[in-house]
Design a protein around this ligand. Structure first.
Ligand code: PEP
Ligand code: MN
Length: 334
């Protein structure tokens, strides 16, 4: 249920209504927009006389929210959310260029790539220290040492970084990480999501390999209902009938998620396609579809990368792509 207040309602009257609703056992999510305030009601409103609420002079309208997700529902929060990713705004017209290697390998590698992508115009660095790998025999990341190297790269370039947390027991190590990534394989790790709901860091939530948009939004809801509203959604390709690409990039997810939710939506064309030559066209298509950012894997030496070399752009290729992204953005925002 949402209650839209009339513009310019006095604060005491608004507070009075919120307290009354809370006394009815409802949780009230307040969204103060530029012109109007929207009260999102969470809980069982069946026993509350909504006709009475609708008749109050400060209330513009009352409507039912049928979707199971509330906190991340655009009806609760009509204006776009702008997430501060280590000081970099993402969403609501702020476009984020996120780039870096799949995994952090050496200081030379991560600092070199960070400098190169920064020079190309990236706003945030990516790099995995804890890597979810299909095979237990593959390189699974440098762990704490990898996080340390990301800090070195941040100190050298000023770029905040996003990196994946796989296990809540490692959360302590992530104290000064700028954005915590929840990878596709953990999108429905509900205990992890609940814990991230209690932390004060932005969460980049990737869509699971075989998950619907509703399931993605319900996972965002796990984080947000715990109090952490800083969530960025990421479309990274899903399993379908693809035979020549790693996954199928579902670009219609971008405008659909924007319709359903106020959260920023970014696209990862690297894991979606698995092939470096397909990354630029799909990144540009994502920008054209209205994405709030693109996250691209870039490696200084893809041939010898410890993970995902086939989909990594070289720094000079990323530079060319970044220039084209800026051109498409001009068209999209015109
Ligand atoms: C990644 O971004 O490093 C990653 C492992 O991606 P995904 O979870 O989308 O497979
Ligand atoms: Mn990767």
């Amino acid at each position: 249920m949402i209650v839209v207040l009339k513009p310019g309602v006095a604060r005491e009257k608004k507070e009075g209504l919120i307290q009354w609703l809370e006394r009815q056992g409802l949780q009230v999510h307040v969204s103060d927009g530029q012109f109007q305030t929207v009260l999102g009601l969470i809980g069982d409103a069946a026993h509350v006389d909504m006709d009475l609420v609708g008749s109050l002079e400060i209330v513009d309208k009352v409507s039912r929210v049928t979707e199971p997700f509330k906190c991340c529902n655009r009806k609760f929060h009509p204006e776009d959310l702008v997430v501060s990713a280590g000081g970099v705004p993402v969403g609501g017209g702020h476009f984020a260029m996120i780039a870096g290697p799949c995994s952090v390998e050496t200081e030379e590698q991560i600092v070199g790539v960070a400098k190169a992508v920064k020079a190309a115009g990236a706003d945030l660095l990516r790099g995995g220290a804890f890597k979810p790998r299909t095979s237990p025999y593959d390189f699974s990341g440098l762990k704490a040492e990898g996080l340390e190297l990301l800090r070195v790269a941040r100190a050298e370039t000023g770029l905040p970084f996003v990196t994946e947390l796989m296990d809540i027991r490692d959360l302590e190590l992530f104290a000064d990480v700028d954005v915590i990534q929840v990878g596709a394989r953990n999108m429905q790790n509900f205990d992890l999501l609940r814990e991230l709901g209690h932390c004060d860091k932005p969460v980049l939530l990737k869509r699971g390999l075989a998950n619907t948009l509703r399931e993605l939004l319900m996972s965002a809801e796990y984080v947000m209902s715990g109090g952490n509203e800083q969530v960025i959604l990421c479309e990274r390709g899903i399993r379908s009938f693809a035979d020549y690409t790693r996954n199928t990039l579902d670009l219609s997810a971008v405008p659909m998620l924007h319709e359903l939710s106020h959260l920023p939506v970014i696209v990862d064309p690297s894991h979606a396609t698995g092939l470096a030559r397909l990354v630029p066209p799909m990144a540009l298509a994502a920008v054209a579809a209205g994405a709030d950012g693109v996250m691209v894997e870039v490696h200084n030496d893809p041939l010898n990368a410890l993970c995902d070399g086939a989909q990594a752009l070289r720094p000079e290729e990323y530079e060319k792509l970044a220039a084209k992204v800026r051109e498409i953005r001009k068209v999209v925002t015109a």
